[in-house]
Design a binder for this molecule. Structure first.
Ligand code: 3MF
Ligand code: MG
Ligand code: MG
Length: 410
């Protein structure tokens, strides 16, 4: 029988056999590691935890060792709800600063938990005014924590903004109330930033189509774009998006197209990276383990629009991974798949076959009469075969065939 130490030695040896980027290389990318992802104990509605709790000190130390240069957190990942806004918070925040400094990490993003605690049973924009006042307090307090830790982004996932049963809440009213909380956070941010001589934070909305409410009022990034420009926000210029790859895929969208719409609106501020399946629950698998080809295409789009991060590793190490495995396998391999796909995206953008094919498609068939439908069809018929050829070439880049890797039964 293998002892625990033998098993860990096996994991280490096989990880090494896989190869890895160095921590220095990993640190060159704007990749952030969430406190909650590393500290996830493997629990769910139908699942008991499989891993013990880990402290922020441990997470920060391990991220540093791996080469993850940025750390992100919910307020209540690190501060118990009852200590929010108290001296205890100040003491915890100063310990976080110390841990970050000691290990050379930066806090890039802070987020308010408005879904877990009983106070959010009816969501952050509930009918009771005291719940909404409390939500404002929590959002403003998170802005304070963000400035204290040197963050540049604040994220809001209003997953509890919705209902289980229809008719009990009025949607327009609830959205107006939700906007009031965001407005309070932006106004508080402007004041705090001025006082501290820091830039204001970028406030990012994150959509998810299902969970935890049965029906969600802002289920997609597109719904959030409409909300941002609805006139309800006092500072729409401070508010953008934190799309999550799987959250878009879950409702059946093409994540790349959803990101394209965010880019066009100038609202792609932050990006949660992970993987999973269409029309399923939020399985939060590590990037590239389900849809590597789609991921490659997503990164081609982002690279060609100069989006260089943050890329926030919002996945959940599977319940089958041990506490040792979380930092030995789960996080380093997720980072490495991201880096590989990112570099491959660079190859796609520079590939001569794709370049020539794309240019030919854009040049079109050269028909000068825009009313000659027959001629237009004929002039483009052969050219359009290039669509499939481009897709094949991207597949070849994914598997390394463009560099001579071959497979054959002969
Ligand atoms: C839920 C999520 C959230 C958000 C987080 C940051 C727990 O599916 O993705 O992670 O990313 O609340 O705002
Ligand atoms: Mg997320
Ligand atoms: Mg998710």
């Amino acid at each position: 029988m293998l002892t625990e130490k033998d098993q860990q030695a096996l994991i280490s040896r096989l990880s090494q056999a896989c190869g890895a980027y160095s921590p220095q290389t990993r640190r060159k990318y704007f990749i952030s590691g969430p406190q909650w992802a590393a500290a996830y104990e493997g629990h769910a509605l139908f699942h008991a935890p499989t891993r013990p709790p880990v402290s922020f000190e441990e997470v920060i130390r391990n991220y540093a060792e791996i080469g993850i240069g940025y750390w992100t957190t919910h307020d209540t990942d690190v501060i118990p709800t009852e200590a929010i806004g108290t001296d205890r918070q100040a003491e915890i925040v100063s310990r976080i600063r110390q841990a970050l400094d000691q290990h050379g990490l930066q806090c890039s993003m802070v987020t308010t938990e408005t879904f877990h605690h009983a106070v959010w049973a009816a969501g952050p924009a509930a009918e009771a005014p005291e719940v909404r006042e409390y939500a404002k307090f929590r959002l403003c307090n998170t802005v304070d924590i963000g400035h204290e830790l040197g963050a540049s982004f604040a994220v809001y996932w209003p997953g509890s903004l919705g209902y289980q049963v229809q008719g009990a809440i009025e949607e327009t009213q609830t959205l107006r109330w939700y906007a009031e909380a965001l407005n309070a956070a932006c106004e508080h941010d402007i004041e705090t930033a001025r006082r501290k001589g820091r830039p204001t934070l970028k406030h990012c909305l994150e959509a998810k189509p299902f969970e935890p409410q049965a029906e969600i009022l802002l289920p997609t990034s597109d719904a959030m774009l409409a909300f941002i420009s609805s006139g309800l926000l006092t500072h729409p210029e401070m508010v953008g998006l934190n799309p999550e790859y799987l959250h878009e895929l879950m409702w059946g969208a093409a994540p790349r197209a959803a990101l394209a719409r965010a880019l066009l609106a100038g609202k792609l501020f932050h990006f949660d990276i992970n993987d999973g399946y269409r029309l399923k629950h939020d399985v939060d698998i590590g990037i590239g383990l389900v849809n590597p080809l789609d991921w490659l295409n997503v990164l081609v789009l982002l690279r060609s629009h100069d989006y260089h991060g943050p890329f926030n590793l919002d996945f959940k190490p599977p319940r089958t991974t041990s506490a040792f495995g979380v930092f030995k396998v789960s996080f380093p391999t997720a980072v490495d798949r991201f880096i590989t796909l990112w570099e491959m995206a660079g190859e796609v953008l520079e590939d001569p076959v794709i370049g020539e094919a794309t240019a030919a498609l854009k040049a079109g068939g050269g028909v000068t009469d825009p009313r000659d439908v027959e001629a237009i069809v004929r002039a483009n018929q052969e050219l359009l075969t290039l669509h499939e050829l481009i897709a094949h070439r991207i597949f070849q880049i994914l598997i390394g065939a463009h560099r001579g890797r071959t497979f054959s039964i002969a």
